[in-house]
Write a protein that binds this ligand. Structure first.
Ligand SMILES: *[C@@H]1O[C@H](CO)[C@@H](O)[C@H](O)[C@H]1NC(C)=O
Ligand SMILES: *[C@@H]1O[C@H](CO)[C@@H](O)[C@H](O)[C@H]1NC(C)=O
Ligand SMILES: *[C@@H]1O[C@H](CO)[C@@H](O)[C@H](O)[C@H]1NC(C)=O
Ligand SMILES: *[C@@H]1O[C@H](CO)[C@@H](O)[C@H](O)[C@H]1NC(C)=O
Length: 952
């Protein structure tokens, strides 16, 4: 064995530990012999199993730095490579960058394949495939373990049965339809039954003859797929009876691939499927079927010529796990090798230490390419190609109690088509534990989530991620949820784009913070062309800043307060109690978590959205507020964001260059907005995969010459002339038509019934209110006067502020002032009896006032029929209606701006009627215009939500 003192310094870029020791080289070649000593490339051993099982433990090898030099060719593993214990470094690598495949299966020579002659079989094949399909007698080919057909999809890391790969490409179990799905038409035994009907255009005549049929589908939800065995196909009634029920229930399907989002109507999701594992459905190249009774394989080759020659390489997968690395084995490295055809995982590790995968290709697995569970430390996956697998890299480690880092690194990899079979659990990267780094990866075309994280202090940065959530709904390209304690995580400097929904169901997002996920920092990312760039699903303390949010198709950001409704409070509190969040260590790291129960933990408090730049087409909102928690503006504190009105405010969006120009550049320099990360700064910094693949590949160039930038557009449109109608309860924005004769000075009462002081009945000027001199001071007097009168249940006090005509009432209960929903009612003020009876609105100001907006929306958001809610015991009121309205109380610099008016310019030029933040921004604008006097605040009323914002 050759011995040299060298430094095993493998990769400069990734700072792999450098170890000085004796080195030993062991050569392995598929043409070698296990009776060779393996000391030189001319005397290689034959099998990796021999190297690992016997040679690594031998004296003279053990304890040294060992290089296992794999020579060109296909290294078939005879059994799982079980790496038990090592005491030095062991590096498995391709010798001199040769093309090396390590395969968990057996090669089937093309001479084993024959055209189908048995007329019974030919009759069952579709006409078009009878002369294309080839058969193999597996027993004669020496294969006895056909594996088991198991469920795949929702929550499952799949162990495949025997699969077939031709020239490295996976075949599919024969299925129909080959693309898209069939809808369930009816469910005769109801949603929890196991029968459903469908319309397959008569094709099912042959399904009834199948011996082992399966179905794969999205049964109830667009985020929960499953394959299921079938017990019976009835081709007369077109009914399938399942052998096993789906995880959730059955539903009728409305999937329509011709519609955007695959949707026929509304949000109906689930209820569509394919049939799988049917001989009669080998109707396309690339499909196969195994007759398990007669142990016969049938394939329609997916080669260019649709047949097989001796140069085609066909493999059948046999091993469940290809390589297992025990925790006793440390400092193991795999480099420059293709690993493929494993029924479950490529590499399985548990509690591993110091393991490195570098420049690998891992493909064609049923489960994850690399799965490291338990407490994995210093495990690195670098510069590798991972594709056509059941999941990419799934890794957890570190010590959460003591917040000790795992030092796991997943960097510079190219990961794609990582949910080859089954969508939901097959994440490209699943990161758990403490401080893993996921950086510079390129991830794309996953059926469900690209990066899923749990735990603490992870960094997800400089990744290029796109076309995720490809076949599902309610999904995030980067996704986590349902835990308050997963804190300290950062998602920054990523390019995230083209995450769009093609299937029915809830939205998909670039980053999805599901079910009260809290306290992530999302900064310096560039988002473009996603349905929704990111959401906050009712969680707390999330910060979204310094991001470019370009061209959302639904909304840029979506926020809600789901914890205030039927949230997951019990579950979340349970998880909180199982974390040491009250220790000094956790307190110092996550102070807001320490005191979470002192607040209202289910409320979406502490979220901040600031210094982001947005561009959307007209009508697409920047921040969409849905459900609970709308009126509390501090729940989602959005400020100092810039809304671009033209694509010309970016250097070259078509080339993903979002450097700011024009108005955005001016805003950017005053707001210290950093330069957006460029496309060539994200994704792998090195060519990925084994050397033999890299030499044939064009290096990806992302540098483009942007077209010359168009001039800055500075056009402003003429303001809208139509002013939406104001409140029926005069609020100062229009003349008071209810009490038109009240004098224009002072504060006035109109009292109909005053049992304690009957002389106060009638119309009187109020001294206290007049002295106060403000509209607010006058209106606050109505309630005081009504109480002074003895709080009569059958009486009201109206207060009118002369100079503006603004008024309110002091009375018992909760009121609506309205023009009616659709009728031509001239306008009335009446008790909101529904809310008084059902929503405690007579006793709670908040419950009374929150009625206006939903009632107005319920009426169809009519521009000229606003709704005002008035809480009698305080006289407080709130109006919901159309438009952004501005109240300028005093404007020393421009007296003509004083008053309460509809923001016509903003409605036309800044979308203030549909964009809350933009409306609120007008308060600051007018305050500055009026001279920035701290005692002259300006209020902007965003009427669609009945909410307002006062500046300063
Ligand atoms: C990894 O190896 C280095 C170098 O031998 C060592 O210092 C470090 O402690 C190891 N890490 C783990 C988690 O075992
Ligand atoms: C996922 O959707 C894409 C785009 O519609 C399609 O090309 C692909 O075949 C689908 N994958 C599966 C497994 O259905
Ligand atoms: C006027 O009334 C308002 C509202 O009730 C109150 O906040 C303010 O202190 C009063 N000002 C004076 C001078 O009485
Ligand atoms: C109604 O609201 C009042 C004021 O917030 C509160 O004190 C009371 O408990 C509430 N009643 C019910 C039945 O919720």
């Amino acid at each position: 064995m050759s011995r040299t003192e060298i430094c095993v310094c493998l990769a400069l870029l990734w700072s792999v530990p450098c170890v000085w020791s004796d080195t030993v080289h062991i050569y392995v070649s598929p043409t070698g012999s296990d009776s060779n000593d393996g000391q030189s490339s001319s005397h290689p051993v034959k099998t990796l199993n021999h190297v690992v099982d016997t040679m690594l433990g031998q004296d003279g090898v053990r304890g040294n730095s060992v290089f296992v030099e794999l020579m060109q060719g296909y290294h078939d593993l005879s059994s799982t490579l079980h790496i038990q214990s090592t005491s030095g470094t062991v590096v498995f690598r391709a010798y001199q960058g040769q093309e090396v495949h390590v395969v968990g299966g057996k090669r089937l020579p093309s001479s084993n394949f024959h055209h189908v002659t048995d007329s019974h079989v030919r009759d069952r094949l579709p006409q078009e495939s009878r002369d294309k399909v080839l058969e193999v007698d597996l027993t004669a080919a020496g294969i006895t373990d056909l594996g088991t057909l198991r469920n795949y999809g929702f929550g499952i890391s799949w162990t495949a049965p025997l699969e077939i790969f031709i020239n490295g490409n996976a075949l599919r179990l024969a299925e129909w339809p080959n693309i898209n799905f069939i809808n369930i038409k009816s469910i005769p035994d109801g949603a929890s039954g196991s029968r459903f009907t469908y319309d397959a255009g008569g094709r099912d005549v042959n399904w009834a003859k199948e011996t082992e049929p399966w179905v794969y589908g999205w049964w109830q939800w667009g985020w929960a797929d499953r394959s299921l065995p079938v017990s019976h196909v009835d081709s007369h009634t077109h009914t399938i009876t399942l052998k096993e029920k789906p995880h959730y229930q059955l539903s009728v399907g409305h999937y329509d691939p011709s519609k955007p989002h695959g949707q026929a109507s509304g949000n109906a999701q689930g209820g569509y499927f394919r049939v799988v594992n049917m001989l009669c459905e080998i109707d396309q190249p690339g499909e196969y079927y195994i007759d398990r009774t007669h142990k016969k394989l049938y394939v329609w080759p997916n080669t260019p010529h649709q047949t097989l020659t001796s140069s085609d390489i066909v493999y059948a997968s046999l091993l469940q796990e290809c390589v297992i690395i025990e925790s006793t084995a440390q400092h193991v490295q795999f480099q420059d090798i293709s690993l493929e055809a494993c029924r479950h995982s490529g590499f399985v590790l548990r509690n591993a230490r110091n393991i490195t995968f570098q420049s690998m290709e891992i493909k064609n697995t049923g489960g994850a390419a690399i799965s490291c569970s338990g407490n994995c430390r210093a495990v690195s996956v670098l510069g590798s190609d991972i594709h056509d697998v059941g999941g990419g890299v799934h890794i957890s480690g570190g010590d959460r109690k003591n917040l000790v880092s795992s030092d796991n690194v997943i960097s510079d990899n190219h990961i794609w088509l990582h949910a080859r079979v089954g969508a939901q659990a097959n994440h490209g990267i699943r990161l758990g534990g403490v401080h893993g780094v996921v950086s510079h990866n390129h991830l794309h075309h996953g059926q469900y989530t690209g990066i899923w994280w749990s735990g603490n202090d992870h960094v997800i940065e400089y990744n290029h991620i796109h076309h995720m959530c490809w076949n599902s709904s309610d999904c995030g390209a980067i996704h986590s949820g349902r835990d308050w304690t997963w804190r300290g995580n950062v998602i920054r400097h990523n390019h995230i784009h083209d995450v769009q929904r093609h299937f029915p169901g809830a939205p998909v997002r670039g980053i999805m913070l599901d079910d009260e996920y809290s306290a992530v920092l999302i900064e310096h990312n560039v988002f473009y062309d996603n349905d929704i760039h990111t959401n906050i699903g009712g969680g707390r303390d999330n910060v979204i800043r310094y991001n470019v949010m370009y061209n959302a198709l639904d909304q840029s950001i979506q926020v809600d307060g789901r914890g205030l409704g039927h949230g997951h409070g019990e579950y979340l509190r349970g998880k909180l109690q199982h974390t040491p969040y009250r220790t000094d260590l956790w307190k110092s790291r996550y102070p807001k978590l320490y005191s979470i129960l002192d607040h209202h933990p289910e409320a979406p408090e502490g979220n901040q959205i600031y210094t982001n730049v947005f561009y959307n087409k007209i009508g697409i909102e920047r921040i969409h507020y849905s459900g609970h928690g709308l009126e509390r503006t501090d729940y989602f504190d959005a400020h100092d964001n810039h809304k671009a009105y033209s694509t010309s405010e970016f250097l070259s969006p078509d080339y993903a260059d979002f450097r700011l120009r024009c108005e955005a550049a001016q805003w950017g320099s005053t707001s210290h907005f950093p330069r957006p990360v460029a496309l060539d700064e994200v994704g792998p910094r090195v060519p990925t995969g084994p050397h033999y693949l890299r030499v044939h590949r064009q290096t990806l160039t992302t540098k483009h010459t942007p077209p010359t930038s168009p001039p800055c557009s500075s056009s402003t449109v003429a303001p809208a002339t139509h002013t939406p109608r104001g409140s029926y309860l005069p609020d100062g924005s229009a003349p008071n038509t209810l009490y038109p004769h009240i004098a224009k000075d002072g504060c006035w009462f109109i009292t109909d019934h005053c049992p304690k002081h009957p002389t106060a009945e009638g119309t009187h000027k109020d001294d206290l209110g007049t002295q106060n001199g403000t509209e607010e001071g006058c209106l606050a007097r109505a309630a005081q006067q009504w109480i002074w009168c003895g709080s009569p249940s059958n009486g009201r006090v109206v207060a009118v502020y002369g100079p503006t005509g603004a008024m309110t009432i002091g009375a018992e209960g909760c009121y609506f002032a309205e023009y009616g929903c659709r009728s031509t009612t001239p306008g009335i003020i009446h008790r909101d009896t529904y809310a008084e009876a059902h929503e405690n609105a007579s006793h709670s100001e908040a419950h009374c006032l929150r009625r206006a907006s939903p009632q107005w929306i319920y009426c169809g958001s009519p521009v000229d029929r606003p709704y005002t809610s008035i809480y009698g015991p305080t006289g407080a009121f709130r109006t919901a209606g159309a438009g952004c309205w501005v109240k300028v109380r005093s404007c020393p610099a421009h007296r003509d701006q004083e008053g309460f008016f509809f923001d016509a310019w903003g409605a036309t030029n800044r979308d203030t009627g549909s964009d809350r933040e933009e409306c609120y921004g007008r308060a600051q604008y007018f305050w500055a215009k009026c001279g920035s006097h701290s005692n002259s605040p300006v209020t902007a009323y965003f009427r669609p939500q009945g909410s307002s914002h006062t500046y300063p």
